[in-house]
Design a binder for this molecule. Structure first.
Ligand SMILES: *Cc1c(COP(=O)(O)O)cnc(C)c1O
Length: 403
């Protein structure tokens, strides 16, 4: 087996060990091969990297700070806790790191039309944003149920000039929106680029999205060495599809002293069937173009999933995470809706930062981790997004329990 110090995945077939690959309709084979070739050329070009870096700095607001959480650190009295502030990115989360990279790919491949799928609407907004910035046509597929649950984001996308197409098939949620986006891509592949929102789907998407999100970990590496002249002992991030987590983890992959924990949503409990702890409870299978861990019923039907945070509510996970779980390089744990809510209050009241409910899952792992740490150690949490978008859910669940 290849040692992790020479971590070079995926392989030429687009596989992370037994995971990943390309399980796709014939009509998409050449489009994905073309995307792979063009991406591999572009990423070597300094002019492409400079153009992207300029957008990251002057449009997205990077580098984001690495903030010392002094009161949270005092609260536990153990390792020092730092927060990587992806919540300060334009549009409020790490999503733009990826959509900015992909819109440049579209520009360089001469594509005039962009499509995307979205669940909670965050990736749809990030895609509509870069389309407006670059003057490209934008169509976003969204389950009809999700368009009703996330009316604010639907309107945001419309304000940005995107067309939102509600999908009435199946459960009318993210999985159905993704199927519809794939159908559109098959029909319009010549002039259309499909911007996938996480490290999922067929090769080369998981690698492309990881590379664009890795700016999180690269900055963190530099910042923690500047501040502490040390490496972190633990990295924590929430895992939905897995893009903010891999973005933080990947640049540290060869540093064996760095422990990494991905935190999934246990919803109402992993025994309840109302969760989306894919890596903790799932089994390998094939879904949306990739082989990965999935939550599936006995007959192989994709299971219904639940989380209080709309962004973690996905029955699959990026194939690289499946690989890292089996190789035991990353530990995956899950916390419940209730624990995430409590963690939101903890971070808000100790640090003045109201995290997204997705992010709150990473924070909610602290009670499990901190007792085993020492004062000399360093813990970094990826604060993937802001809680402002979750106010309705927070009011429903917490109003009355606060002062
Ligand atoms: C979309 C989103 C997530 C989940 O997606 P990943 O690909 O797992 O990162 C997590 N946090 C926030 C704030 C999000 O917007």
């Amino acid at each position: 087996m290849q040692p992790l110090s020479a971590y070079k995945w995926p392989d030429a077939q687009g596989k992370f060990g037994d995971y990943g690959g390309k399980y796709i309709p014939e009509t998409l084979v050449s489009a994905l091969e073309h995307l792979d070739t063009v991406y591999n050329q572009l990423k070597q070009q300094p002019s492409f990297q400079n153009e992207l870096q300029d957008l990251q700095n002057n449009y997205n607001g990077r580098p984001t700070p690495l903030s010392f959480a002094s009161r949270l650190t005092e609260y536990y009295g153990k390792a020092k806790i730092y927060l990587k502030r992806e919540d300060l990115c334009h549009t409020g989360a790490h999503k733009l790191n990826n959509t900015l990279g992909q819109i440049l790919l579209a520009k360089h491949t001469g594509k005039k039309r962009i499509i995307a799928e979205t669940g909670a609407g965050q990736h749809g907004v990030a895609t509509a944003t870069v389309c407006a910035k670059f003057g490209l046509q934008c169509v976003v597929y969204m389950g009809k149920l999700d368009t009703q649950r996330q009316q604010m984001n639907v309107f945001r996308m419309k304000m940005l000039g995107a067309e939102v197409r509600p999908v009435s098939s199946g459960m009318q949620t993210l999985k159905d929106a993704t199927n519809e986006a794939i159908r559109d891509w098959v029909a319009n592949v010549d002039d259309t680029h499909y911007i996938i929102g996480s490290v999922v789907g067929p090769h080369p998407y998981p690698a492309i999205v990881r590379d664009f999100q890795s700016i999180i970990g690269r900055e963190t590496r530099q910042q923690i060495r500047q501040i502490e002249n040390a490496f972190p002992d633990y990295l924590l991030a929430c895992v939905g599809g897995g893009s903010n987590a891999i973005g933080m983890f990947y640049p540290f992959m060869a540093d064996e002293s760095v422990n990494m924990v991905g935190v999934e949503a246990a919803g109402q409990g992993i025994e309840s069937q109302k969760h989306c702890a894919t890596l903790s409870m799932g089994t390998p299978g094939i879904f949306q173009g990739m082989r990965t861990y999935l939550l599936q019923a006995a007959e192989g039907q994709i299971a219904e999933v639940h989380s209080i945070s709309a962004g973690l509510d996905y029955p699959g996970v990026g194939p690289e995470h499946s690989f890292l779980k089996d190789r035991k390089r990353v530990t995956y744990r899950s916390v419940s809706d209730e624990e995430a809510l409590q963690a939101s209050v903890l971070l808000a009241q100790n640090e003045g930062i109201l995290p997204a409910l997705e992010t709150a899952h990473a924070v909610a792992y602290l009670p499990y981790l901190m007792p085993s740490t020492t004062r000399e150690q360093i813990v970094i949490i990826n604060i993937s997004g802001r809680g402002d978008k979750d106010l309705n859910t927070l009011i429903k669940n917490l109003d009355g329990s606060l002062l």
